[in-house]
Design a protein. Structure first.
Lengths: 474, 299
């Protein structure tokens, strides 16, 4: 026989459960705009039944005892998370690649009249003008001006590209610091979550916070996460180990410092203090280093162009004669983009520009000879780099820069769609729907009212029993 | 199965579609406002390489035209000078015919001899014709007076083919050379010698020699001059033709560059309108997506 107040107890449990459920609904609605928040659901079950000890009769069986709150869980698809982390890494890399290569593209000023292509053409064509008027100081001055413009353009491109490549290291250092900072936060959350789990709780919001941090982390470096199992019980203890391709960034509640020393030997990576390489396959740091590799390639191409120009022009120029009748002088100084300059003699004396070709023995110097200038102007179309002319080689370089950038742009665009779709899937699972919560709210509101009604009814029944029945009345 | 839709999700989706549509509008707007579809290499890498090549070829054509203008001016000046020489020889020839008459008075002969002397001086000075600051008949020695006249002797001090400083060569096309000058030593000394003989024969009254030899020699010189002038004339003509051909090529190269670099305006404007329509649709969807909620229906 249950106690007199048995029914009231069932009602009380129902009131409790409904109130708790309404709290969960309210929490969900409050966090509708919180990034990284996963909606929570309350898990209810019928509480343990009361076995009726009724004198051997088997007809009564067990009597229900009402509702029990099991747990409050967050709704999250861990596999989807993993896919989002991967997509984040790809997106993070592409964001920096397109950003840096976009800046690189602007360095070339192509197609246009101020790019190195046009300046080279102008320079060689000024030699064609000189071949028609080798005596003219004005045209010699033009040749020198065009050469100066070309030299400046090479130097400027070299400086700007070099600067872009240089910035990468400081950016990587900053990003590595970010990673370490996030790792420290994850480690501390690991500790809190482990404690909470040990006490049998569901630390939903802490887990959300940790997932949000890993989400940010995965944009910067490609990470892998592994749940930690308790060594004695063999069950997951709530901790999450975070690895960067084998490098333990977070282990239990200890965070490591991500190094910022770059290596590109045998793939892109970072070098630890011990000299070990952490390979990278995605993320912003990977993108930065990858972009630098591209930029270094462009600088190398530019240098090939400049050094071939210098060699070819000087080769002819040294054989020619200036208006002063002297020979054997270079036109350019330097060996590449970094140090290309006008030869000091040419810089100071226009007559040193060797427009005249070598003379026959015994023939006096002829100022009207422009044959060497003509030969120099022809370098413009000569196969100087492999079988390509300087302009053709330069054109293929610019096209390469454009093609690289275009490729990454397209990838970034597609990746954006992939990421959007994954996030949408995640939102489908974990996102809060106000309509849904409002419906739940109505549902639990009614449940609460019903439970209250049960208690009221029990109260009335007991009132009848206690105050309206039996001896001693009136 | 019914897919759950979270509130945040539809906001994100809306923002994403609006951004995609806005980016599309921005790109087409830039094409229309700049009138160019190739603003940076990544817009069309292959096109960039092609357009750079064509730009180079156009610049080369411009340069060849410029060089040819120089060559043409130089050769026209030479031609005009040689025309003058031809006229002077014709004058000398008619004087020679007059002097060859038996009945001519001594006074007249002296007068004719003086006129021939004048012609000699004029021919000599035509040999020193300059184009700008360059002597046209001095070969590569453009800054040295080609002919100096000392006493009765003209000395040529310009460059010669034999010495290797005779030719002024220019590139008038890719791998196309043109010798743009005639060295004075090939034309003037012979003419001057004939004229001097004529003058001497006239002043000494050797009428037979004048009629027998000098007239024939003058004709030979006229013939030579005609050859030289024809050669120059045909080169000038070749330049004209080449320039015309280059202009035609330049038009088609410029056309290529324009096809690669410039936006097809009707097409771009249509694209812009389509993009704007898409943008408006995205905005519309965003606005109407938040209109209704269960909140509107519960007390």
């Amino acid at each position: 026989m249950p106690s007199t107040f048995y029914g009231m107890e069932i009602g009380r449990r129902a009131l409790n459960a409904s109130q708790m459920a309404l709290n969960v609904v309210s929490h969900n609605m409050s966090n509708v705009n919180t990034p990284g928040y996963s909606r929570q659901t309350i898990s209810l079950s019928a509480s343990d039944p009361f076995t009726y000890p009724g004198g051997g009769s088997e007809q009564l069986g067990q009597l229900g005892t009402g509702v029990n709150i099991d747990s409050i869980n967050r709704v999250r698809d861990q596999f989807l998370d993993q896919r989002i982390y991967g997509a984040n890494s790809t997106q993070g890399a592409l964001a920096h690649l397109t950003d840096i290569l976009g800046r690189v593209e602007q360095v070339y000023f192509e197609p246009g009249v101020t790019g190195i292509g046009q300046l080279m053409t102008d320079f060689f064509n000024s030699f064609a003008d000189l071949s028609a008027n080798p005596e003219s100081g004005a045209i010699r001055a033009t040749v020198r001006n065009k050469a100066q413009a070309l030299v400046s353009a090479f130097r400027q491109a070299d400086t700007t590209l070099g600067q872009i490549a240089l910035e990468v290291q400081s950016k990587v250092t900053d990003k590595a610091k970010d990673v370490t900072g996030i790792a420290v936060q994850i480690a501390s959350l690991n500790k809190q979550i482990r404690t909470s789990v040990a006490m049998g709780e569901h630390p939903n919001d802490l887990q959300d916070q940790r997932d949000a941090l890993i989400n940010r982390l995965s944009s910067i470096v490609d990470v892998q996460t592994y749940p930690v199992k308790d060594s004695t019980t063999g069950r997951e203890n709530g901790e999450l180990n975070v690895l960067v391709n084998g490098f333990a960034l977070v282990q239990n509640d200890i965070a490591s410092t991500l190094p910022s020393k770059i290596t590109t030997q045998g793939g892109i990576g970072l070098v630890t203090e011990n000299g070990d390489t952490i390979p990278l396959r995605g993320g912003e740091i990977y993108g930065l280093i990858q972009a630098r590799t591209h930029v270094e390639g462009y600088i190398e191409d530019m240098n090939t162009l400049a050094s071939n120009l210098i060699t070819a022009v000087n080769g002819l120029h040294t054989t020619g004669y200036g208006l002063d009748g002297a020979t054997g002088r270079s036109f350019f100084a330097g060996t590449g983009t970094a140090d290309i300059a006008l030869d000091v003699t040419v810089q100071n004396d226009l007559n040193a520009i060797a427009a005249a070709s070598p003379l026959l023995a015994g023939t006096p110097f002829a100022p009207g000879n422009g044959d060497n200038a003509r030969a120099l102007s022809r370098l413009s179309n000569a196969g100087l780099v492999g079988n390509l002319s300087l302009n053709e080689f330069y054109g293929s370089n610019v096209a390469q820069v454009g093609a690289d950038q275009r490729g990454y742009n397209l990838q970034a665009e597609n990746q954006g769609k992939v990421l959007e779709s994954l996030r949408s899937q995640q939102a489908t699972v974990s996102g809060v729907s106000l309509d849904e919560e409002l419906t739940s709210m109505l549902q639990y509101q009614r449940t609460y009212q019903a439970a209250a009604r049960v208690i009221t009814f029990m109260d009335e029944a007991l009132d009848r029993v206690i105050n309206g029945m039996g001896a001693g009345r009136g | 199965m019914i897919t759950r839709v979270s509130t945040f999700q539809s906001v994100n989706r809306a923002v994403f579609s609006v951004q995609v549509a806005a980016a599309r509008v921005d790109a087409s707007q830039r094409r229309v406002s700049t009138g160019r579809q190739l603003n940076q290499p990544s817009d069309d890498p292959t096109g960039t390489s092609q357009t750079l090549n064509f730009r180079k070829r156009i610049a080369d054509l411009d340069q060849y035209s410029k060089t040819m203008d120089q060559a043409k001016g130089f050769m026209s000046t030479s031609e005009t000078a040689l025309d003058g020489v031809t006229l002077l020889i014709r004058q000398a020839r008619s004087l020679a015919v007059q002097a060859a008459s038996d009945t001519i008075s001594t006074e007249s002969r002296v007068g004719i001899a003086n006129q021939i002397q004048n012609i000699i001086t004029q021919v000599g000075s035509l040999g020193n014709t300059a184009y700008g600051s360059r002597y046209v008949f001095g070969g590569q020695r453009t800054q040295t007076v080609p002919f100096i006249n000392a006493g009765d002797t003209f000395t040529y001090q310009g460059g010669t083919f034999l010495n290797g400083d005779g030719n002024l060569t220019l590139d008038v096309g890719r791998g196309e050379e043109m010798v743009t000058n005639v060295t004075g030593d090939k034309v003037f000394p012979a003419i001057l010698a004939v004229l001097k003989d004529l003058r001497n024969h006239v002043s000494t009254g050797e009428v037979q020699l004048t009629s027998r030899e000098d007239l024939a020699k003058l004709d030979t010189q006229l013939g030579n001059l005609l050859n030289v002038r024809t050669d120059l004339g045909s080169k000038v003509q070749r330049i004209e033709q080449t320039k015309n051909r280059n202009d035609g090529l330049k038009v088609s190269f410029t056309e290529f560059v324009s096809q690669i670099e410039d936006a097809d305006l009707p097409k771009s404007i249509t694209e812009l309108q389509t993009a704007q329509l898409g943008y408006q649709a995205a905005l519309q969807a965003t606005a109407s997506g938040f209109k209704s909620s269960l909140l509107d229906y519960i007390r």
